[in-house]
Design a protein around this ligand. Sequence first.
Ligand SMILES: Nc1ncnc2c1ncn2[C@@H]1O[C@H](COP(=O)(O)OP(=O)(O)OP(=O)(O)O)[C@@H](O)[C@H]1O
Ligand SMILES: [Mg+2]
Length: 271
Amino acid sequence: MVASSAAPVVVAEELTRTFGDLTAVDRLTFAVPRDQVFGLIGPNGAGKTTTIKMLTTLLHPSDGHARVAGYDIAKEPGEVRRRIGYVPQLISADAQVTGYENLWVVGGLYGIPRAERGPRIREALELLGLAAFGDELVRNYSGGMIRRLEIASALLHRPEVLFLDEPTVGLDPVAREAVWEQIDLLKRRFGTAIVLTTHYMEEADRLCERVGVMHQGKFVAVGSPAELKAGLGQPGATLQDVFRRYAGEEVELSGAYREAGRTRRVAARLE
Ligand SMILES: Nc1ncnc2c1ncn2[C@@H]1O[C@H](COP(=O)(O)OP(=O)(O)OP(=O)(O)O)[C@@H](O)[C@H]1O
Ligand SMILES: [Mg+2]
């Protein structure tokens, strides 16, 4: 049977992960169709990264299951990995070599044959607006360029699903807008399904067809940004108001950046 193009490419059912006594992700159920962006928002420690790590097969679920690009994350992790791209919360590009060289190594990891790798790398650099900077050392890149290089590296093998954990943390408004445009383009041109996390409510509002608000491992609200805002019953409500209502915390741009720094240190310890 040929799968309908409307069939979801990410399906999570009661997905759960515990660490000792802590239930970091608590029976999450959601689905993401092709060419849609699903956003996970919620305060620090809500379980967003843990959810992404399970869906990318880096962490085993404690309970529940999920299928990504048609394959079971627990039973067929190799098939899942071949069909996804992942940009982790921590910056992972090597600053000592050029953008092109970074992508060359990643292309090798994905098993892209040498003859095909060069053209694919040039295509990915072009797509992310980095064509002129491929031969520049990454240590001379700005934060926005590094993030775009990381997205390029997650796209080399043309994944069906892209997972982005805080894709624009710490970027200036212009660099952020550039990343947003690339995400829109991927969705429109290739039909890529995208799951992202963010602390920027404006970003969730701008990019996501649907958003899940997480709190202590659970979804406390799921819907389109418009539905979530309308659900508050206040004229002019923003996604920030939605966050405050459901997750009980204020997110400020400067605060979110500070928190992300803290999270990176925690994440580095946990890697
Ligand atoms: N490897 C681990 N061992 C123990 N606890 C963990 C581990 N990974 C995550 N946790 C805990 O699980 C909870 C969820 O963490 P997670 O990183 O998924 O949150 P998050 O929503 O991504 O937060 P942030 O917004 O800060 O990135 C936290 O309480 C965290 O401390
Ligand atoms: Mg996280």
